[in-house]
Design a protein around this ligand. Structure first.
Ligand code: ASP
Length: 441
């Protein structure tokens, strides 16, 4: 397996994992075997990625900011990043709404299918869990999200991996490092520079394990599918979401082509390991270290841009999620609440899906929690909510995998655009895990 490119190794791992999952699904005791003996390896991999997220954001952002030498650039970078994130998210929602209104996947769904889905999932613990989480989110005050960015105890933020709080601290620290005498700042700058190198090396080493980990992750996803019949009934809806997501990737490639003059294939071949991991883990947060490594070393984005744009993006920019929320909300309304499908309600969906994607956590299935809030914003009857979620529950995991790919690709794209606009896009210098190995072995 030595000479094959990393993304091919990961793809082979994924395909074998899917095949293995299907085989195990058909064997008695197979599911338990996968859950007990295979899935833990996927979990270990995700743990390792999460383990390095905080030191990576800290080191990369503090080092990046201290290299800036010009504080006003931070403001420009911040405003541009948020601006472009908003624009891409609105494009995504509009694409989603256009598709669902033209294709109408929810119209004409037979009563028998709705009944079957209702029976199977409306009282499911997974659906109840999403509703509960959504109501907790809803009860928060209007400025709660802002307050949550400012930590009172940075160690707590580290422990809880509160991404925005860690970013705030790193920015604050980096700026103050710029504001003190260079001589005094130097040891800390060197420290964070070294820390950044070490953590990047950790990403390289962890990635050696990626092809095996995705095998475990995908086998575990496949054993969770039980009712293929329901999956087939929801195929048209699922295809609408996937089609929208593919279009969104097209939008990114177009932006890359037009604004940075780079070839879309060049971009895809370099970012693909992060996309494949996003697909396998369904979590932009878990994928973040790999996204950062790919964007910095393989796409040539400077640390001060990637260190800010990517962690912020993993938390607030979820184009795939908002596109999905637009389609899913209208689909559910087409099936069980067609009278709610007014033009003004669709405008409300654009706004709330934008806010919901900002508020969604970068973890599996978070998009479905925020979907509840999108539905509530248009006055969707509360008693129909469990049925609404039940309708899309069976296909949520595969769609989550796909929308996470778009979320991660969107973050990488925006980091390229912002870097280009700040003249911070360089010739990439990829590093291998063993660059330095000969001198220490
Ligand atoms: N799983 C997605 C992410 O982590 C969020 C979601 O749409 O559920 O990016």
């Amino acid at each position: 397996m030595k000479k094959i490119a990393l993304h091919w190794k990961i793809i082979i791992g994924m395909v074998l994992g899917i095949i293995f999952g299907f085989i195990m699904n058909g064997i008695s005791g197979g599911k338990v075997f996968v859950a007990d003996w295979i899935a833990p390896f996927g979990k270990i991999f995700i743990n390792l990625l999460k383990l390095i997220a905080v030191p990576l954001i800290l080191a990369s952002l503090i080092k990046g900011i201290s290299d800036l030498k010009d504080i006003s650039k931070i403001k420009t970078m911040g405003l541009r990043t948020i601006g472009v994130y908003m624009v891409t998210t609105i494009i995504a929602i509009v694409i989603g709404l256009t598709i669902v209104n033209i294709a109408k996947p929810g119209e004409g769904m037979p009563e028998s299918t709705i009944e079957k889905i209702k029976l199977k999932y409306a009282n499911d613990a997974g659906v109840a869990d999403k509703l509960m989480k959504a109501s907790a989110q809803k009860d928060a005050g209007p400025l709660e999200a802002l307050v949550a960015i400012f930590p009172s105890n940075i160690f707590k933020s580290f422990v809880e991996v509160s991404m925005l709080q860690v970013i705030f601290f790193a920015l604050f620290f980096g700026v103050c490092l710029l504001l003190i005498e260079e001589k005094k700042a130097a040891p800390l700058v060197h420290f964070f520079d070294g820390l950044n190198e070490v953590v990047m090396k950790m990403v390289d080493l962890i990635m050696l394990f990626a092809p095996y980990a995705v095998f475990a992750l995908l086998a575990n996803v496949i054993i969770a599918f039980d009712d293929i019949d329901i999956l087939i009934k929801l195929l048209y809806y699922a295809l609408c979401v996937v089609f929208g997501l593919v279009l969104m990737i097209g939008v990114y490639l177009l932006l890359i082509r037009i604004y940075t003059k780079k070839s879309p294939l060049w971009f895809l071949s370099r970012i693909s390991p992060a996309q494949l991991l996003a697909f396998s883990t369904s979590s932009s947060a878990a994928t973040l270290p790999v996204t950062m490594e790919r964007v910095e070393e393989h796409l040539g984005v400077d640390k001060e841009v990637s260190g800010f744009v990517l962690p912020v993006g993993a938390t607030v920019n979820m184009d795939g999620t908002s596109l999905y929320q637009g389609i899913a909300a209208v689909f559910i309304m087409q099936v069980i609440w067609p009278e709610g499908l007014t033009f003004s309600n669709q405008l409300v969906i654009i706004l709330t899906a934008l806010l919901a994607s900002i508020g969604s956590a970068a973890v599996p299935s978070a998009g479905m929690v925020m979907l509840v809030i999108v539905l509530e914003s248009v006055g969707f009857p509360a008693e129909l909510l469990p049925i609404g979620l039940a309708l899309i529950f069976a296909v949520d995991r595969p769609l989550d995998m796909c929308r996470t790919v778009v979320n991660v690709t969107g973050d990488a794209t925006v980091s390229m655009l912002v870097a280009k606009s700040l003249h911070k896009l360089n010739t990439p210098k990829p590093k291998a895990w063993n660059d330095h190995y000969d001198t220490v072995k």
